[in-house]
Design a binder for this molecule. Sequence first.
Ligand SMILES: [Zn+2]
Length: 75
Amino acid sequence: MRKDLCALCGGEKEEMVTQIERWRDEKLYVFRKVKAKVCKKCGEIYIPAESEKAMEEKIRKAKPIEVIKVPVYAL
Ligand SMILES: [Zn+2]
């Protein structure tokens, strides 16, 4: 079986569950417990298509488990 290596540095990827932030229509969405692969060498995060699909579905259909306030600054 061919190894699934990092496209940026060729490092090995490790499966993990992480938090992902996404902007949609000028709104910020936070997703917890997202299945992803992370490069052990450079830290690049790879999100599988099924997780992308699940996040899109959550935005469209689900009620958020929590709504947080986010500090915003201009420099
Ligand atoms: Zn890498």
